[in-house]
Write a protein that binds this ligand. Sequence first.
Ligand code: COA
Length: 187
Amino acid sequence: MFTTDVLTGKKVTLKMCGTEYATEEYVNWLNDPQVNRFLWVRYERQTLEKITDYINEIRESEDKIIFAMIESSQNKHIGNIQLTFNKIHKYCNFGYFIGDKNFWGQEIAVEAIHLAIKWAFETTDTVRINGSLYSRNVFSLKTLLKAGFHKEAVLKDYLTWKDDARDDMVLMYLFREEFEKTGLLEH
Ligand SMILES: CC(C)(COP(=O)(O)OP(=O)(O)OC[C@H]1O[C@@H](n2cnc3c(N)ncnc32)[C@H](O)[C@@H]1OP(=O)(O)O)[C@@H](O)C(=O)NCCC(=O)NCCS
């Protein structure tokens, strides 16, 4: 089970996400077709009970952590970022969303990703962070490139998109040594 202090950035602060963040607004984000169109949650109607169970499950797990993104100027919960560690192979997979669309396009996700990755590299022996996304999720691709990730592979027609339509899956990575060179670990 992971625990951590608050991770403070300029635009956003990350706090460990407990059930106090399981609100109707959070449920509405996950059921919003604009927010969830690239997220697996869209396959099931989300409820307060489901997200509460999800948060509790992660809080109790040995290999996962979930952070609430708190936007600084309004001190408002706007989304989440979740990390899953493979302790044997020393990699970490992660996912994220900003549910409150008023905060899209402000590079908040880039800062949240950097805070979470910095924490991961400082507190675990992770050597590599992995991202994966639908190829048509250009917003997320731009975010990951801005965060310093590299495109590694494109898995052709790997994912179901809508009905019979399919989409490629893009795999991205970032190594510890590269992140160290950014200087972000020292602050
Ligand atoms: C993907 C996501 C996290 C990006 O967060 P963000 O903080 O808005 O990211 P950025 O501010 O870096 O924006 C990324 C790009 O998307 C563009 N963008 C963001 N919102 C947009 C919108 N509503 N309309 C058009 N473009 C938009 C930005 O202009 C930017 O492009 P640019 O670098 O050319 O300016 C956010 O859009 C989101 O949560 N989307 C829904 C869930 C999701 O897709 N999660 C990722 C799954 S892999």
